[in-house]
Design a protein around this ligand. Structure first.
Ligand code: BDP
Length: 722
């Protein structure tokens, strides 16, 4: 063989590895080869062939995934048998199973809901088989991914006995994607929806996106930005949406659209969008009928109304209830739903922004239709590195309340910083709202159990784009993954999520998984510390929100500035939200009010969220506030240093491409953690007039330098917003 041929053979041989191993495209669905011969044999002993009872596109999806998995794990073909063989995997929904199997599984079916699944080793006609069954098609898909996951985690499968069901009904990604393919707050390239080529071009990415979502139980996708464009509701675009819906259906994923409230005027030629005007109601009703004629399982609408310049019912002196119910009535005949966003604050309202959503919505508790979900961000300001839970959770027992998390890291270092968000979401979900009885956690509000709600949901603002690895930062994938897991089970602990994800995405080697799980868990507190410790919030640069900007003032609205939130002055720092200040604290239950009212008893992580305190205020550890603030910033930086060291030891476990990318990104993160620390401390020092403590290295630059830094082309924002 000539040298050239040897080179080509090597290149082609390596190609699949280069394509699928190192670039991260295959996410957590890598199905890496099982090299341990005993383990491999034990699996093969349990997986002779696949047999299906019944037929459906979802069963085809499940079978195909098994084939893919089998090929990856064992470099072999799994046979699709015409009859049930010994050690077969048997798929089929309840209605298609023979009586003999049904009677074995009777009590298992009692344990699952409509989307749940059963994965069980049983004996049927004298043969041991692995059954994957469910009440609906999509349950089979979920069960199949679960079986594959058990193998990815190298778990024993010879005595499987698993029943699992989602605890939340609507588990949706919100894409803030525009029709021109820019993504608002998107840091992973452009929108994956190639609107121009739809409906004719169906990209492989659409299918792989659906596989990834189904593997973690996500069952809905809102294709368009909350700052909506009415054009997506025109016939031309509905055809494109239908093409995507057709791809997603077998994976159990419904599509939703954002509805621009003024659409009846913009694309319907009406003179008003007043929700009580008969012609407006008729227009929406006709529009929804048109959509459902094309997409019979269309999910419904998400609406951002009367917020940050978006049109809404308030333009016509109508309430949010009038607006939401009007759309709900149009959708109800088709079983569609409205996700009405509670992210509402008005430039005309001088009240603390943190209070406005509660003041707007609590008085109308119980007035929304049954097919309306009120979509509430985890905190009352805006997806900050740390916020106390939103006071609306628990305060509207007669309304369907859903959670909105932000997976894309708008305020947490874009796709440059490694921050494991499920740790933060877990903190919010576990908080006790003290509203109805014992242990009234946010998770119980969200899964409906606290006040017996029939419609439940969790939304995550997606971090997905056209980057080869979908999310830009290889560890951004963990946040997508973790969102799905928590939407399925909001009681899950984030440690389990890290471990599963690390094993599926990198390796099962404990030398990697244990230190990296710890790194991921700690990464959340690190970002809080180097950006906004002790309850500080919203002090990033304006517009694009990248990097520190505690000096930001003079914006079109006071509540878009940093000085509004930190209120640093010669007397101290922090936002007084007690009764002597904005009194936002009064929106929480009495138990919380009592505890948070005093700076002595409030958890220190929320200190400056609720209190304005003197720089020399003495804290728990005996040191003053200034020293504590500085030491938190320093801790944050040191944690990122530690993350760099840990990762540098992971080279033996990771392919070069991902290893190098993460190593470079961690260096950026360290540089920027120092930037945050130095810029913020130098800025606040002007007011504290105290020396920087010894443990803070001398800042590389002066304050003027940090203030002069500009990022005019930071990603994720319309240039006009900058
Ligand atoms: C803010 C984002 C803005 C979104 C808004 C929202 O900066 O781009 O439109 O949230 O959630 O955090 O509507």
């Amino acid at each position: 063989m000539s040298l050239k041929n040897i080179f080509l053979t090597l290149l082609i041989g390596c190609f699949p590895f280069i394509m699928f191993s190192g670039n991260g495209y295959d996410l957590w669905l890598r199905y890496d080869k099982i090299t341990d011969v005993h383990l491999k044999q034990s699996y093969l002993n349990n997986l002779s062939s696949v047999y299906k009872f019944g037929a459906s596109p979802s069963l085809d999806v499940a079978t195909k995934e098994l084939v893919t998995g089998f090929h990856g794990f064992f470099e072999a073909q799994i046979s699709k048998a015409a009859k049930i063989e010994k050690n077969a995997i048997v798929l089929g929904t309840k209605e298609n199973l023979p009586q003999e199997l049904l009677s074995i599984l009777n009590s298992d079916f009692e344990k699952i809901n409509e989307e749940g699944y059963i994965l069980k080793k049983v004996t049927y006609q004298g043969k041991k088989i692995t059954i994957i069954t469910a009440k609906t098609d999509v349950g089979i898909v979920y069960g199949t991914f679960r079986l594959l996951k058990e193998i990815q985690l190298h778990h024993e499968i010879s005595a499987l006995d698993i029943q699992d069901s989602p605890k939340i009904q609507k588990r949706v990604l919100n894409h803030w994607d525009n029709l021109d393919r820019t993504v608002e707050r998107g840091y992973a390239g452009f929108s994956i929806w190639d609107w121009h080529h739809l409906p004719d071009l169906i990209k492989t990415e659409y299918i792989d996106y659906a596989r990834a979502n189904a593997s973690i139980g996500i069952n809905g996708t809102v294709l368009t930005n909350v700052n909506a464009n009415a054009l997506v509701l025109t016939e031309q675009y509905i055809t494109k949406v239908k093409a995507l819906a057709d791809v997603f259906r077998p994976f159990g994923i419904q599509v939703y659209l954002t509805a621009r409230f003024s659409a009846p005027m913009e694309i319907g030629g009406l003179k008003t969008a007043d929700p009580l005007a008969p012609e407006v109601r008729a227009w929406w009703s006709k529009k929804t009928n048109e959509i459902y004629a094309e997409i019979p399982d269309f999910g419904g609408f998400v609406v951002k109304a009367n917020s940050e310049g978006q049109p809404g019912p308030r333009n016509y002196d109508r309430s949010h209830v009038d607006g939401a119910n009007m759309l709900a009535d149009a959708l109800a005949p088709h079983k569609g739903i409205v996700m009405w966003r509670a992210f509402v604050y008005s430039e005309e309202n001088p009240d603390d922004r943190a209070k406005q959503a509660y003041s707007e919505f609590v008085p109308v508790d119980g007035d929304f239709r049954e097919n309306v979900l009120l979509q509430v961000k985890n905190g009352a300001i805006d997806f900050q590195p740390r916020e106390p839970f939103h006071p609306l959770f628990g305060a509207m027992p007669d309304t369907n309340i859903m959670m909105e998390f932000q997976i894309t890291q708008e305020y947490l270092g874009f796709s440059s910083h490694l921050v494991f968000l499920p740790k933060m979401w877990e903190e919010v979900l576990n908080e006790d709202t003290f509203t109805h009885g014992e242990n009234a956690t946010v998770a119980k509000v969200i899964d409906g159990s606290l006040s017996n709600r029939k419609l439940t949901g969790m939304a995550g603002v997606a971090n997905i784009g056209t980057e080869k690895n979908w999310t830009g930062h290889p560890f951004g994938q963990a946040n997508w993954y973790g969102f799905g897991r928590l939407a399925w089970d909001p009681y899950l602990d984030s440690k389990t999520i890290t471990k599963d994800w690390l094993q599926m995405t990198f390796t099962n080697d404990d030398g990697f998984v244990t230190p990296m799980a710890e790194l991921m868990i700690d990464s959340r507190e690190a970002v809080v510390n180097y950006m906004t410790p002790l309850g500080l919030h919203h002090i990033m640069d304006a517009g694009h929100h990248y990097g520190p900007g505690p000096w930001i003032k003079d914006m079109p609205r006071a509540d878009w500035t940093s000085v509004y939130y930190h209120k640093a002055d010669s007397l101290g720092i922090g936002f007084d939200r007690t009764v002597s200040g904005s009194d936002a604290l009064s929106q929480y239950a009495l138990q919380i009010q009592k505890k948070y009212d005093s700076p002595e008893t409030i958890p220190q992580k929320y200190l400056l969220w609720f209190h304005h305190l003197p720089w020399n205020y003495k804290m728990e550890n005996g040191q003053n506030l200034w020293i504590n603030l500085a030491s938190k910033y320093q801790e944050g930086v040191e944690e990122v240093e530690k993350m760099n060291t840990t990762w540098s030891k992971m080279k033996p476990f990771v392919d070069n491409e991902r290893f190098n990318k993460v190593a470079s990104l961690l260096k950026i993160q360290l540089k920027e953690a120092k930037w945050w620390r130095d810029a913020c401390l130098l800025y606040f020092q002007q007011f504290s007039k105290m020396e920087l403590p010894q443990f803070i290295p001398t800042p590389e630059h002066n304050l003027e330098y940090y203030q002069s830094l500009k990022s005019p082309y930071a990603p994720g924002i319309k240039p006009s917003w900058n």
